[in-house]
Design a protein around this ligand. Structure first.
Ligand SMILES: Nc1nc2c(ncn2[C@@H]2O[C@H](COP(=O)(O)OP(=O)(O)O)[C@@H](O)[C@H]2O)c(=O)[nH]1
Ligand SMILES: [Mg+2]
Length: 292
C-alpha cells in the first residue's frame, strides 16, 4: 500500500479547501468566496484499500500585512516541510498571475514532487485552459485540470498523487478523516457563516471563542455558547445589526450547519465582543488559538 502527506498550497481563494473536502469526501475545512477563509493547518485523510493520502490544507499565500497573516504564512511554509508531495492549486479561470509563476517555481525548486491542479475549469473557456496548459507545461510540472464543484478529473488527480507517495502502512486509523476536534469545527462553522454574510474587513477581523460545548441532560441536544470576537466597536454594531437582526440570521444558519455536522439539535447562544486590534497582538493571537 502507498501512504503519505500531501501539502495543499496556492493563492488564497484558489479552491484548496473545496478540493480537499471533495477528495476526502467530508467537509473538513470551511469554504467561502473570500480570501483568508482558512487560518489553520487542517488535516484531511483519504483512506482506500490501496492507499492513504493525508492532505494538509493550508491558509495559502498571503501578503503579511498584520501579525495574523504572518502567522498564517508561517503555517503554510511549515506545512511543506517533510511532506511527500505538494499539490499546488491554481485558479485557472482567473488566469495565471505573476504571483502564481513565482510561487510555482519556488515549489518546483524545493525538489518535493509537485502536482499542479488547475482548478475551477467548470467556469472557464476551453481556449483559455489550452493556452494555460501550453504555458505551464514548460515548467515541467505534472498538470491536472480539475473541477471540485463538478467532480471533474478527481480520479486522475488522485492517481497522479498516489504515484508520488512511498510504499508504507497507513499513518492514520481507517476511520480518521481529520485531526480537528468537533469543537474546532463548531467554531469554524460560525466563522464561515460570518464570512458569507459580512463584507470587507469585518469577517477577517473575527475570531470565535467557544465557551461551552457539551451535551445537555438527556444527551439528545448540544449546548453551544460562543463569543464572536471582533476588532472594533463599529464592527460590533454591524455584526449585531438593527435590533439584533444580523446576529440572529448568521446564528440560525450556523446552528443549522452545526446540527447537520453533529447529528443532534443544538442550543446556541452567541455574544459579540471587542478585542482591540487583536490581529496585531501576540498575546491575543495566542489566546484566540492562532500561533505556530
Ligand atoms: N466554480 C467553481 N468554484 C469553486 C471551485 N472550487 C472552489 N470554488 C469556489 O472558490 C471559492 C474559494 O474556495 P476555497 O476552497 O475557500 O479556496 P481556498 O482559499 O483556496 O481554500 C469558494 O467560493 C468556492 O466555492 C470549483 O471547482 N468551481
Ligand atoms: Mg481554504
Amino acid at each position: 500500500m502507498k501512504s503519505g502527506f500531501v501539502a495543499v498550497v496556492g493563492r488564497a481563494n484558489a479552491g484548496k479547501s473545496t478540493l480537499v473536502n471533495v477528495l476526502v469526501g467530508e467537509k473538513v475545512a470551511i469554504v467561502s468566496p473570500k480570501p483568508q477563509t482558512t487560518r489553520d493547518r487542517i488535516l484531511g485523510v483519504l483512506t482506500t484499500e490501496d492507499y492513504q493520502i493525508a492532505f494538509i490544507d493550508t491558509p495559502g499565500i498571503y501578503k503579511a500585512d498584520n501579525l495574523l497573516n504572518s502567522v498564517m504564512q508561517k503555517t503554510t511554509d511549515d506545512s511543506c516541510v517533510d511532506v511527500d508531495a505538494v499539490l499546488f492549486v491554481l485558479d485557472a479561470h482567473e488566469g495565471i498571475s505573476d504571483t502564481d509563476r513565482t510561487l510555482l517555481n519556488k515549489y518546483l525548486s524545493l525538489k518535493i514532487p509537485t502536482v499542479l491542479a488547475l482548478s475551477k475549469i467548470d467556469i472557464m473557456t476551453e481556449n483559455l485552459l489550452i493556452s494555460e496548459l501550453n504555458e505551464l507545461s514548460q515548467t515541467g510540472a505534472e498538470i491536472v485540470p480539475v473541477s471540485a464543484r463538478k467532480g471533474k478529473n478527481l480520479k486522475e488527480l488522485l492517481k497522479v498523487l498516489v504515484d508520488k507517495l512511498p510504499n508504507g502502512d497507513k499513518i492514520f486509523e481507517q476511520d480518521i478523516v481529520s485531526d480537528r476536534s468537533e469543537k474546532f469545527m463548531i467554531a469554524e462553522i460560525m466563522r464561515e457563516k460570518i464570512l458569507l454574510k459580512f463584507e470587507k474587513e469585518i469577517p477577517h477581523g473575527v475570531a470565535i471563542v467557544i465557551n461551552k460545548f457539551s451535551l445537555m441532560e438527556g444527551g439528545n441536544m448540544y449546548e453551544v455558547n460562543l463569543d464572536i470576537v471582533c476588532e472594533k466597536l463599529n464592527h460590533k454594531a454591524i455584526l449585531i445589526g438593527k435590533g439584533g437582526k444580523a446576529i440572529k440570521e448568521v446564528s440560525s444558519f450556523a446552528r443549522a450547519d452545526m446540527e447537520k455536522f453533529l447529528g443532534k439539535k443544538v442550543f446556541l447562544t452567541t455574544y459579540v465582543k471587542v478585542k482591540d486590534d487583536w490581529r496585531n497582538s501576540q498575546s491575543l493571537l495566542k489566546e484566540l488559538g492562532y500561533e505556530n
